[in-house]
Design a protein around this ligand. Structure first.
Ligand code: DX5
Ligand code: ZN
Length: 220
């Protein structure tokens, strides 16, 4: 099994050709399909909902990695699970009852992830680390594709990795925002094992070539 996974974010794909885009990127070597759900409240942008996940479920072969950038995620996690999400990630800033919501995600059969905005302290992870399956570190302020990676986040990734290693159970460390072939190695060296890439892959013109370039740069 590959130890570093590449998760193209469909936020930057051509929505008019969505089915073809998913097939193309899966054939090109994608390991997961990253789906950005935005509600216009938690982040300024609005994207898609559970119906969309359900439609994708009928064509995709790789796991669906659903990133909820929404307020009150507890209201929607079961619906996203029923729609066929394999991983459901909620934001630490968006829910006052993280334990409960993470539990609901797990009970519904999906893997439960927790995400941290760039300015949110990672120490909160200590209190939920025994129940999460995935930690997502935002390396841009969420809301839009194509933003610039915040370099100081490398230290935060390392901190999260240390906490995960101490936890004594398997937890993925996903990195999202401004990840490109040029900084992928830095992010992996800091401890990330799932790399989300939107514009870098979907605006590249050649998905296979781009994924190969990223794999060459990280050497795995
Ligand atoms: C940003 C989203 C990201 C976004 C990444 O709020 O969570 O998943 O699609 O896009 P790039 O790779 O272009 O920064
Ligand atoms: Zn995302």
């Amino acid at each position: 099994m590959k130890d570093i996974l590449i998760a193209p974010s469909i936020l930057s794909c051509d929505f008019l050709r969505l089915g073809d885009e998913i097939r193309d990127v899966e054939e090109a070597g994608a390991d997961l399909i990253h789906i950005d759900v935005m509600d216009g409240h938690f982040v300024p942008n609005i994207t898609i909902g559970p119906m969309f996940v359900e439609a994708l479920r009928r064509i995709n072969k790789k796991p669906l990695d659903v990133h909820l950038m929404i307020d009150n995620p507890a209201q929607y996690v079961q619906e996203f699970a029923r729609a066929g999400s394999d991983i459901i990630t909620i934001h630490a800033e968006a829910d006052n009852h993280l334990f409960r919501t993470l539990d609901v995600i797990k009970e519904s059969g999906a893997k439960a992830g927790i995400s941290f905005n760039p300015a949110t302290p990672i120490c909160l992870l200590d209190h939920v680390i025994q129940i999460v399956d995935l930690v997502l570190i935002m390396t841009v302020n969420p809301g839009f594709g194509g933003q610039k990676y915040i370099p100081s986040m490398a230290e935060k990734i390392s901190e999260a990795k240390k906490k995960i290693d101490k936890a004594g159970r398997y937890i993925d460390l996903e990195i999202d925002g401004g990840i490109k072939a040029v900084n992928a190695k830095e992010v992996v060296e800091a401890g990330g094992n799932i790399l989300v890439m939107g514009t870098e892959i979907f605006h590249s013109g050649d998905y296979r070539k781009k994924i190969e370039e990223v794999r060459n740069k990280i050497g795995r």
